[in-house]
Design a protein around this ligand. Structure first.
Ligand SMILES: Cc1cc2nc3c(=O)[nH]c(=O)nc-3n(C[C@H](O)[C@H](O)[C@H](O)COP(=O)(O)O)c2cc1C
Length: 321
């Protein structure tokens, strides 16, 4: 691949096809706003042209509203950010009644991010969403404690992850089901295969990394919780490997996210197999990050003679030298 477009005379940046398919879903470009970093989308509508995004994933929705964790909920760390939001959300019923009708006025595919504290919660949230119009699909966040199993994370155990996906799959009749994996597993390939076997349509790799930021002077956490989740560029190299490992292990599409800021980051993730990417922490630096990135991506692809992502996807060579 050359680093200019001299080998494509007569073609222009407008010829770059940014569209991607993730299973049955079609997106105008591969940039989706990540769950929990883009509210319900509506909060950003005055600043961002939502219709320019590939898609957006809502804040995690639970059966009942959750007030969330005490402040402070965010703190900066080198090349990243730590958060402990405590899964605050309005609850699925308020989302369906108040947020979804407004969101549906935009021409952007919306996936609902879903979580629960037991298997039944996940399925029930999906059942409520199944009755509503205006969604493209579901993204299951399995980085949550299962209260019935002593608070162990669903996402850390292939058996529990398989069970929760099986019951969610039964509930999700109308729409595709993506499963967002926890990065804190010994073998992400094993986990990805497990959820694929239970009927997931795609895997999202990955969530934040459990981490801490403290102040020795106060001997306290810099967050309202003792620990939080690390995100941003600091995690990108770690997640890049996970995406590659997951992609090698399954046939379903892999959606990548972790520290995406530039067009190069997007293209790197696509090179290790990603079908699309999500942008999270970058929206805190600039709410328009996802929209701007979609534009940047067209120029970067043209510059590197990439006219369709299929030319690049999964082309990473593990050969050395
Ligand atoms: C403030 C904040 C809230 C988040 N809330 C959720 C959530 O509700 N559900 C979920 O699946 N992921 C949530 N995440 C994880 C992000 O969607 C994403 O997986 C992670 O931040 C890594 O991507 P990034 O480095 O681009 O931020 C949250 C992340 C942040 C920073």
């Amino acid at each position: 691949m050359t680093s200019n477009n001299a080998s494509s005379p007569g073609r222009s940046a407008a010829d770059v096809d940014l569209s991607v398919a993730v299973g049955a879903l079609a997106f105008r470009n591969p940039i989706l706003a990540a769950s929990g970093t883009f509210g319900y989308g509506l909060e950003f509508a005055r600043l961002v042209h939502l219709n320019q995004l590939g898609g957006l994933i809502t804040k995690g929705l639970s059966l009942e509203p959750i007030a969330g964790a005490p402040a402070p909920r965010l703190c900066e760390t080198p090349s990243g950010m730590l958060n402990a939001i405590g899964l605050q959300n309005v609850g699925v019923k308020v989302f369906v009644a108040q947020k979804l009708p407004e969101l549906s006025k935009f021409d952007v595919p919306v996936l609902a991010n879903v979580f629960g504290y037991c298997q039944e919660d996940y399925a029930e949230v999906i059942r409520i969403l199944e009755d509503a119009d205006g969604l493209a699909g579901y993204e299951l966040n399995i980085s949550c404690p299962n209260v019935k199993k002593g608070g162990l994370q669903f996402g850390g155990d292939p058996v529990m992850a398989g069970e929760v996906v099986r019951s969610a799959r039964k509930a999700a009749v109308r729409r595709p089901l993506w499963v967002k994996l926890s990065p804190l597993v010994a073998d992400i390939g094993l986990m990805a295969r497990r959820v694929e076997q239970e009927g997931a349509d795609a895997v999202t790799v990955a969530n934040t990394y459990p981490a801490m930021a403290i102040d020795f002077r106060t001997q306290k956490s810099r967050l309202g919780n003792p620990t939080g989740g690390l995100s941003g560029p600091a995690i990108r190299p770690i997640t890049l490997r996970l995406v590659w490992e997951a992609w090698k292990s399954v046939k379903i599409p892999v959606i990548a996210l972790g520290g995406v800021e530039t067009a190069s980051d997007v293209l790197d993730y696509i090179t290790v197999g990603a079908a699309a990417v999500q942008v999270g922490t970058a929206s805190f630096t600039d709410p328009r990050a996802s929209e701007l990135l979609a534009g940047e991506l067209r120029s970067a692809c043209y510059e590197h003679n990439i006219f369709s992502f299929n030319e690049l996807r999964g082309k990473f060579s593990a050969e050395i030298g």
